[in-house]
Design a protein around this ligand. Structure first.
Ligand code: GDP
Length: 297
């Protein structure tokens, strides 16, 4: 299960302070040492850990907490609050264009779960937002990508716009947007190419698609299991092409949690959705507060 180690360690730590009628600065210090280790073990970015510990410590040793009737509980509440803030605070909704179609570009490295997430997202848009999405197969390099998206489209009964492997992704995107207007699709989701590594050719192509019509959302799909690598990938994509949000996949696996806890602080871009399995209904909106509660038990 995701976050298991982190949850266990944090819960163990806060248990010690929970019922205390008197919390000293020493108690807070001891607790924060354990919190720090727990976060580092969960593969959270070091700078993020430092700032988190500093913020919680400052608030927790404040006179109001120390003098309150339930200081232990207050300290726990501060940890919970700051964990929520760290993951973005409020849930971040999809930004729809007031003039349809809304264009959503899906980007990411190969294997992160981009194509699967594209299908899942279309499903969410139709079911939860009452939209009529069009999927666009613009990953012309990975041999089976177009077919994979078509299979998902068929399974979901959501149309897929494809022009084969020989047309440039920019041209595919251009025609797809025209097609969406004609067929009254109010959301266009473009599945772009992924590579094994970040390279200039990939970034240039994404920039060109982006230049065609400024997308309303650029969602980066990253694999939560890759921990700090996911954070580095997010930082690169954000700096090079600019993203509006992150989808963290494979959170159903036993990820330690580092990516979920670091991405927002490092990139300042919200986690919008999390992938909770391979099936088409396994995409959930990301709620920082609920995630913090889940971690702290
Ligand atoms: P792409 O190369 O980024 O387009 O990756 P794919 O969409 O082909 O996904 C790669 C693999 O990850 C596939 O086997 C997917 O079923 C799997 N996958 C994607 N998202 C999730 C998820 O949230 N949880 C799990 N367990 N597997 C996922």
């Amino acid at each position: 299960m995701a976050f298991e180690g982190l949850a266990e360690r944090l819960q163990g730590t806060i248990q010690k302070i929970k019922g205390k009628g008197l919390v000293t600065e020493q108690d807070v210090k001891a607790m924060m040492r354990e919190v720090r280790l727990a976060l580092i073990e969960a593969d959270v970015n070091l700078k993020v850990v430092k700032e988190f510990v500093k913020k919680v410590s400052e608030r927790a040793v404040g006179t109001e907490v120390m003098k309150s009737l339930t200081p232990g509980q207050q300290v726990i509440k501060i940890v919970q609050d700051e964990l929520t803030t760290l993951m973005g605070g409020e849930q971040s909704p999809i930004k729809f264009n007031t003039k349809p179609p809304t264009v959503i570009m899906m980007v990411g490295l190969q294997g992160a779960g981009k194509t699967t997430t594209t299908g899942k997202l279309a499903n969410v848009l139709r079911k939860k937002h009452n939209r009529k999405p069009l999927l666009v197969a613009a990953d012309v390099y990975r041999p089976a990508a177009i077919q994979q998206l078509q299979t998902l489209g068929k399974q979901l009964s959501i149309p897929v716009f494809a022009l084969g492997n020989d047309v440039s992704p920019v041209e595919i995107a251009r025609q797809a947007i025209e097609h969406a207007k004609e067929e009254h699709h109010d959301v266009v989701i473009i599945d772009t190419a992924g590579r094994l590594h970040i390279d200039e050719a990939l970034m240039d192509e994404l920039k060109n698609i982006k230049a065609l019509k400024e997308p309303d959302e650029v969602f980066l799909v990253v694999d939560a299991m890759t921990g700090q690598d996911a954070v580095n990938v997010a930082q690169s994509f954000n700096e090079t092409i600019g993203i509006t949000g992150v989808v963290l996949t494979k959170l159903d696996g036993d990820t330690r949690g580092g990516a979920a806890l670091s991405i927002r602080a490092v990139t300042e871009k919200p986690i919008k959705f999390v992938g909770m399995g391979e099936k088409m209904d396994a995409l959930e909106a990301f709620h920082p507060e609920r995630m913090a509660s889940r971690i702290l038990g």
